[in-house]
Design a protein around this ligand. Structure first.
Ligand code: BG6
Length: 518
């Protein structure tokens, strides 16, 4: 993970990749979809702008509707101008990149379409230089993932032992439970080598999430304290202000546990809790992450009843805007039992974490949007200051703000000037003021990693399966309970009172988000 400045004329342009992206044809399945417009194409554009794509590069959009190359390029250009996280769009860069973009009409379940695709890939203007290096990006609805991989293999486009690079990016959700994830793993692995399968969890592409490894293991002051001797508990929150909006159709079958807990929260959880890896290579890091999940016994029904809370948003207001209740959202059943909030208490049964609870929560339509990890240390002995403190001393807390206002702060007790009293104060680092660097979007980093075959920031098959093992046990407990224990919470709150009680019964409370000042 070395860092090199690519374009000294623009300090914002950084690459962490000593390896060059090889000439490649990237095929996006689901090329007219939302993800392509909002994330994938803007990511390719920023890679091009930052000099990270080779000249011999082509993007082929595979989708059902008839469209010419020019129409497709225009649609993507419009989307780019709307969704690019840097503005204005550099039209010169886009013009050059879009001249290497092509449209291919085909049905995902039609094996013949993939054979035609194989022919097309050989006859692009860039084909001579690209050879047979392909990146297939499955940005489709998940029911097509397995079929697309099989069809690619049948058309001779999957992994080959001849040195050509054939890689497959698979979007989330990866299965809907352990069984379907195992099946999907088997299908994909029959077509592509595991090293060529890149399962996306876009949280791993976030700089602040990658920084967890640097923060923990590139410093000597935290790791000695990073265990049950000093840490009281850990809180991980991914709070969203938006409701499900137009995604009701998908969300009804997912819910917060499948949509967020199984992937994004567990990624934050395992990176926080894992042991130091033997090296920074993909397998060493992923080995340690999966060990964390393996060290959590499958929760029993009675454990889940006490330690997991679910809830659904009722109506309410956020920023003075009325928000419908979840059951009034488009494509949501009027008696839906889908949870839009989940809070859970996990314990890792290993030597480092014995007896330390990890409280995880996530929800939609909450009061504020933030992702944070709070490491709460044990309370210091208060006897020296008992006379001057009404209460006991405050616990030291390390706040890792993943987004927005990315940063890290430590809360510690200090003497109030002029008084024999202590007060908790903050020492803070903010990315915005600490670094004068371009913060790439998660998809930029992930796409370039897949292009060079670097798997660290992608989820391995056993990791996905371990995460499903835990989520399946939660989902099946809920299924047995039916409508019981599905409280409603008001939009614009921080979830149901049961979530607060989850910590209160342990003598703890959720740490409130603090606006990290600039
Ligand atoms: C996606 C979920 O994976 O992550 C969405 O499907 C969620 O429901 C999104 O809104 C959150 O991502 P971010 O990067 O905005 O925190």
């Amino acid at each position: 993970m070395s860092i090199a400045i690519i374009d000294p004329a623009c300090p914002a342009l950084i690459s962490e990749h000593p390896a060059q992206v090889p000439p490649t044809a990237a095929v996006i399945f689901g090329a007219t979809g939302d993800l392509t417009h909002r994330k994938i194409v803007p990511a390719f554009y920023h890679l091009a702008k930052n000099g990270l794509l080779p000249d011999d590069f082509a993007i082929i959009g595979f989708a059902r509707r008839p469209k010419s190359d020019d129409e497709f390029r225009k649609d993507l250009g419009d989307a780019l101008r709307q969704f690019s996280h840097t503005k204005p769009v550099d039209e010169e860069v886009w013009k050059k990149l879009s001249s290497h973009i092509y449209y291919f009409q085909g049905e995902l379940d039609d094996p013949e379409a993939y054979k035609r695709l194989a022919e097309k890939l050989k006859t692009l203007p860039e084909s001579a230089k690209i050879g047979e290096n392909y990146l297939f990006y499955l940005a489709t609805s998940p029911e097509y993932f397995g079929q697309a991989a099989q069809n690619l293999a049948a058309a001779g486009l999957a992994s080959k032992a001849d040195g050509t690079r054939r890689r497959l990016i698979v979007e989330k959700p990866f299965g809907s439970d352990l069984k379907s994830a195992q099946e999907l793993n088997r299908t994909l692995q029959a077509a592509f080598a595991e090293k060529d399968i890149f399962r996306i969890d876009h949280y791993l592409g976030k700089e602040t999430v990658q920084n967890l490894i640097y923060f923990r293991f590139a410093n000597s002051i935290y790791e000695p304290l990073w265990n049950h001797l000093y840490i009281d508990h850990v809180q991980i929150t991914v709070a969203e202000q938006v409701g499900v909006e137009s995604r009701g159709g998908y969300y009804e079958h997912a819910g917060a546990a499948r949509d967020m807990l199984q992937n994004h929260l567990f990624q934050l959880f395992t990176l926080t809790a894992m042991e130091a890896p033997a090296s920074l290579d993909a397998e060493s890091i992923r080995d340690e992450k999966v060990k964390v999940l393996r060290s959590i016994p499958t929760p029993s029904l009675s454990f889940l009843q006490k330690n997991v809370v679910r809830a659904q948003y009722g109506g309410g207001y956020i920023n003075n805007k009325p928000i419908p209740s979840y059951r009034q959202e488009e494509k949501v059943a009027h008696d839906s039992l889908t949870e839009t909030f989940v809070a859970a208490r996990f314990e890792i049964d290993n030597w480092r974490w014995h007896g330390v609870p990890f409280y995880l929560r996530t929800g939609k339509a909450l009061a504020t949007q933030f992702t944070e990890i709070n490491i709460v240390f044990k309370r210091p002995p208060s006897v020296l200051f008992a006379a001057s403190s009404e209460d006991r001393l405050r616990r030291n807390t390390l706040r890792i703000r993943i987004q927005p206002n990315e940063g890290i702060s430590i809360k510690f007790n200090a003497k109030v000037p002029g008084k024999a009293e202590s007060e908790a104060v903050d020492m803070a680092f903010l990315y915005r003021s600490g670094f004068d660097h371009y913060l790439p979007e998660a998809y930029e980093r992930l796409i370039v990693d897949a292009l060079i075959g670097e798997s660290t920031l992608f989820t391995r098959s056993d990791e996905v399966e371990q995460a499903w093992r835990l989520v399946d046990s939660i989902k099946s407990a809920w299924a047995q309970q039916g409508a019981r224990d599905l409280p409603l919470y008001a939009c614009g709150s921080m979830g149901p009172v049961e979530s607060d009680q989850l910590l209160e019964k342990d003598g703890r409370f959720w740490i409130r988000p603090k606006e990290m000042a600039s």
